[in-house]
Design a protein around this ligand. Structure first.
Ligand code: PLP
Length: 398
């Protein structure tokens, strides 16, 4: 099926229990007030996450600092376990960080660029990934970019030309934030490993909406966070480090959470922990950990496979509706390479977003593009609402 076919030819796949998924709408109060179509920026807040944050406040109020030991650190452990299960990792391969930028900076300081000075990235990657190595140019690191001709897709073979024996790392996204394109990470990992380089995946736009198994993809490092498709809000990110690499990862930025004997408060030496938490630094943002556990539970309950089927269905419908208006859709042609980030090439998208807000519709924009990102809790009716509203806004411009 291609996106040129009319919308009515996208039947509801029978395998999807739409009715069951739609019962989750009651868990997200914002859906009762707004047409919310911006989950790739910030996942909707669930009642479970709100209850979690209330619980955090109750614990703070009841126990004060005594809550740290078993209750709060236990809550961090739960988040770590749930995330490990979600990506097919072992718990000791998972660390937490306050943001993906911090996670990336930490890993970036742990790599040895003395024998291999090159880092290969895609020009469609999110800026914060690229910046980590651009700022290391004065340390002799050279950044190399694989370029997308259509600014939407990127054939994995292009990495083959860029990666060589000088390459320390291939760092790229599984899902491009600019077009929703899903890269073939396994193919890119094979290319990196053939040359003796590592692969790091920025999975912020993938985790939660597209199934993943880090072992099947053979990745060395993965960073992601709870803000978007995990519906956990800002302040918590995850780092996966392949077990075999753990002893080699010794960042030059650290903190007391990375020390093997954290609660012995030694100041005469530093020994890294044995597990991935060796890259952790300071006190975690507990309200987010509680919120994230609510979001992670929902994702786990529904399963990423079902979420993916549902969002594919919604995305195909949205694209078909946009095409009926003759708008250019900035998305891959092949449905299996698409994710739930739909970009429409429309002039002055910021003005459109503002006019949508006035109609209680939340979408977003990037330069020259209106961005709509449905999630499993959205509906075909909401697709129709946003598309009709955009058509009306554009008609008024004429
Ligand atoms: C793909 C991707 N990577 C990284 C980030 C930034 O993450 P953080 O703000 O946690 O550093 C974003 C945020 O939108 C993103 O979409």
């Amino acid at each position: 099926m291609t996106i040129d076919e009319p919308r009515m030819q996208y039947p509801v796949p029978p395998a999807i229990e739409h009715a069951e998924l739609l019962t989750y709408r009651a868990e997200f109060p914002i859906l009762q007030r707004k047409t919310y179509l911006n989950s790739c920026s910030l996942g909707a807040l669930s009642v479970r996450s709100m209850q979690g944050m209330e619980q955090f406040m109750e614990m703070w109020n009841e126990w004060g600092a005594h809550a740290w030991y078993e209750i709060w650190l236990g809550e961090v452990a739960k988040a770590r376990h749930k995330f490990a299960a979600l990506i097919g990792a072992q718990v000791h391969e998972v660390a937490i960080a306050p943001s993906v930028s911090v996670a990336l900076s930490t890993i970036a300081t742990a790599l040895d660029y003395s024998k291999r000075h090159k880092v290969v990235m895609a020009d469609l990657d999110f800026p914060t990934l690229i910046y980590q190595w651009l700022v290391k140019e004065r340390l002799g690191v050279s950044s190399h970019f694989v370029k997308s001709a259509d600014r939407i897709t990127l054939a994995p073979e292009l990495f083959e030309e860029a990666v060589d024996a000088q390459t320390a790392l291939v760092a790229t996204s599984r899902v491009f934030y600019t077009s929703g394109y899903i890269q073939d990470i396994r193919a890119i990992a094979d290319i990196a490993h053939k040359q003796g380089a590592y692969i790091l995946v920025d999975d912020y736009q993938g985790t939660g909406q597209i199934p993943i198994n880090v072992n099947a993809l053979d990745v060395d490092f993965l960073v992601t966070g709870t803000l978007k498709w995990l519906m956990g809000g800002p302040g918590l990110s995850f780092v996966y480090i392949r077990e075999g690499l753990l002893p080699l990862i010794e960042p030059t930025i650290t903190g007391w959470f990375g020390h093997r004997d954290q609660f012995q408060f030694k100041t005469d030496e530093f020994t890294f922990r044995m597990d991935a938490a060796r890259v952790e630094m300071g006190t975690p943002a507990m309200p987010t950990v509680y919120a994230a556990n609510g979001g992670l539970d929902i994702v786990q309950e529904i399963s990423v496979e079902s979420i993916c089927e549902r969002t594919r269905y919604l995305t195909n419908d949205l694209i078909a509706r946009a095409r009926e208006h003759g708008w250019t859709v900035h998305a891959p042609q092949e449905p299996e390479c698409r994710s739930s980030i739909v970009m429409l090439e429309l002039e002055h998208p910021q003005q459109i977003v503002q006019a949508l807000v006035e109609r209680n519709i939340i979408a977003d924009y990037r330069p020259g593009l209106l961005r709509i990102s449905p999630y499993f809790y959205n509906t075909i009716e909401e697709n129709a609402i946003v598309i009709d509203a955009v058509a009306e806004i554009l008609a008024k411009r004429k």
